[in-house]
Design a protein around this ligand. Structure first.
Ligand code: DQQ
Length: 482
């Protein structure tokens, strides 16, 4: 049985046509130029990321019939390079009377001997794991024996058992699924010979009581000489996704956590999923929005939800995750500009050479005698609107301050970042109409926020308080629509 939802597919085709004609981008100030967004409707988690037969596949939690979360489908797009995406018909829709009648929730994809195979959660009163396969990577057939995994182990609630992430290692298929026990998030490990019959191996890891009440979208993979477990916890402040670095023992099924990290300290980053591409790179894409959001200004334009820039994940020699935009993004760079080194502040220093709502910035600042240095982005000519990326020496924090960013919610979202004596602040900043992504200190600290400024707010400025700071260098490029 092919699972293209007929009406849903028609919605996507019409919306894609409108997008191709330039309608949303031309009239909607917040539709990103180059970040992935749905053609119309609501999008949340990235699903089924895969590099299959030379194409990148991105599936996503999708409600095609309106800009609010609703019965979940799997939207689908492909790309040759992680930058230029092409919308495809919906891959999965809920089957009335089936185990996914309440929605096709999050899951993952693997290449099973030349068949693109997706394992996802069928949502209903219970949550169960289902399989669908596609030899061509286009049309998916649900396994007649679904669900392939009907219950979690004893002690875990069947209504909180979701988001299977599958990979191959040691001659088997492995899966982690998210769940909870006694109010603590948990990642459950399973193994299978054929993706159809699964046996429970162990609770790979669970919260110690401080790491969230339910772990959504677990992801577990080898990286360098270690493993990384990423989870998206409910019940934590702002539901920040966490990355645990440690080691998975395939014999016991236990993941030993060696260090804990916040994957992204911004407001708008959740449910990241990774995959390994043909070049052996670990690529991560996150949902660039938040369940904690109260304002969704783009709903007025009929859509909601964006994906982050695809990010390469590496570990430093001391085992710290380092995140970086994939270099393919640099193919969108045009109009290079630079600002010569020099002192600035106290006070405002407007950078006339650098302006835009879709920019790639590389900035190095020596805070010098300043107590605070700030890079002002999306600034209006009258200075009333701005998104402030600020480093505060006393508190040792880097923060996105969107109190005066425009429409949408305000808030100041901080990351700990203590510069050593003489250490400069090194920033890579990506702007795309309604987003700000910041990679500091070679990607040790990442902050992602959505912002909704006026289209005319395109200024960039520097500001120092409490003393003079020094701009060591600034290079910028405009990022074009692919
Ligand atoms: N979103 C999906 C769930 C997942 C949650 C439902 C995380 O599968 O747990 O849309 O954002």
């Amino acid at each position: 049985m092919a699972t293209r939802g007929g009406l849903a597919t028609a919605v996507v085709v019409v919306a894609s046509l409108a997008a191709a004609l330039g309608a949303p981008g031309d009239v909607d100030p917040w539709r990103p130029l180059w970040h992935f967004t749905p053609p119309a409707g609501w999008m949340n988690d990235p699903n089924g990321l895969a590099h299959f037969r030379g194409e990148y596949h991105l599936f996503y939690q999708y409600h095609p019939f309106g800009p609010d979360w609703g019965p979940m489908h799997w939207g689908h797009a492909v790309s040759p390079d992680l930058v230029r995406w092409r919308h495809l018909p919906i891959a999965l829709a809920p089957s009335p009377g089936g185990p996914d009648a309440g929605g096709c929730f999050s899951g993952s994809a693997v290449d099973d001997g030349g068949v693109l195979s997706v394992v996802y959660t069928g949502h209903g009163e219970r949550q169960v794991q289902c399989l669908a396969t596609s030899p061509d990577g286009r049309v998916f057939t649900k396994h007649p024996g679904n669900p392939v995994l009907a219950s979690p182990p004893e002690g875990f609630p069947p209504e909180h058992f979701r988001d299977p992430k599958v990979w191959r290692a040691e001659g088997h298929w492995w899966m982690v699924a998210g769940s909870k026990r006694d109010g603590r998030g948990a990642a459950l490990l399973y193994e299978s010979a054929d993706l159809r019959r699964w046996s429970f191996k162990a609770v790979a890891a669970e919260s110690d009581g401080t790491l969230g009440t339910m772990w959504e979208c677990p992801d577990l993979f080898a990286l360098g000489d270690r493993h990384v477990l990423v989870v998206s916890p409910e019940g934590l402040d702002r539901r920040k996704a966490l990355a645990f670095v440690g080691r998975l023992d395939y014999g016991t099924g236990r993941f030993a956590i060696e260090s804990r990290h916040v994957a992204d300290h911004g407001f708008d980053f959740y449910a990241p999923q990774s995959f390994e591409d043909a070049g052996g790179r670990r690529v991560v894409i996150g949902w660039m929005d938040s369940w904690a959001s109260k304002a969704w200004p783009t709903k007025a334009w009929g859509w909601a939800g964006a994906m982050t820039v695809p990010r390469l994940l590496r570990l430093s020699v001391d085992g710290t995750p380092l995140w970086a935009p994939v270099p393919e993004i640099e193919t969108l760079r045009r109009d290079p500009a630079s600002v010569p080194p020099g002192d600035f502040g106290p006070g405002l220093h407007v950078l006339d050479a650098v302006q835009g709502d879709s920019l790639d910035l590389e900035v190095e600042i020596d805070p010098g005698a300043a107590s605070e240095v700030a890079l002002l982005l999306r600034r209006s000519a009258d200075g009333r609107q701005e998104t402030r990326l600020k480093y505060d020496r006393a508190s040792g924090t880097l923060a996105i301050d969107r109190e005066r960013a425009g429409a949408g919610e305000g808030g100041v979202h901080e990351a700990p970042l203590a510069l050593a004596a003489g250490e400069t602040l090194r920033l890579r900043v990506l702007l795309d109409r309604s987003s700000v992504e910041v990679f500091a200190q070679d990607g040790r600290v990442v902050l992602t926020d959505r912002v909704y400024p006026d289209a005319a707010s395109v200024g960039v400025a520097l500001e120092a308080q409490g003393g003079r700071a020094r701009l060591v260098g600034l290079r910028s490029w405009r990022l074009l629509r692919p």
